[in-house]
Design a protein around this ligand. Sequence first.
Ligand code: TMP
Length: 195
Amino acid sequence: MLVTLEGLDGSGKTTVWEALHDTYPDATFTREPTNSWYGDVVNRAIDDDDSDSLAELFLFIADHADHLERVVKPALRDGDLVISDRFSDSRYAYQGATLDGRIKRPMEYIRGVHQPFTVQPDVTIYLDVDPRTAMQRSGATNKFEQSKYLTKVQQNYEQLIEWQPERFVRVDATKSPEEVLDRVEDVFETILADE
Ligand code: TMP
């Protein structure tokens, strides 16, 4: 089973992902951008304020393609629980925002590029936080962590949830880290019991 964690920068998703290591020690924990050389290239693009938005999309997608073949698919074949800190929805939401105005219907376009080769998560936990809180928490250290931009990213996540409500579980991430983790662990208990 593939479970992904999504949300704005500062939603606390990485803290949750780290805490889940103790709860599910046998799970495969992974993340995007990855720690491969493809991920290094992606991180260069994130830190470059002038990188081309379309080129950047394809760098993220290259990292995703490698991640799928090297980590995600083999773990799923072994029957592992795979927990990924960000996955394809981050591209739909974030690059959907960077490409707004450059490409017609960017989210549909990006989903279309992924569709022939990606794996759809069984469950996506969306850590819901408003852009203001997200920015205050993340400290606005990279170009994606700007209020206007994050507002667009948030709208894109909402659109994704509207398209596939059955896949998403929304968790209020404005609560304390302990409360958020408790809620996420409840979600995991439910989905693993249903399996
Ligand atoms: P992180 O904060 O979860 O490490 O992600 C790094 C930044 O990259 C964050 O601002 C979100 C952004 N990002 C995208 O824009 N598209 C993607 O596909 C992924 C995985 C991350």
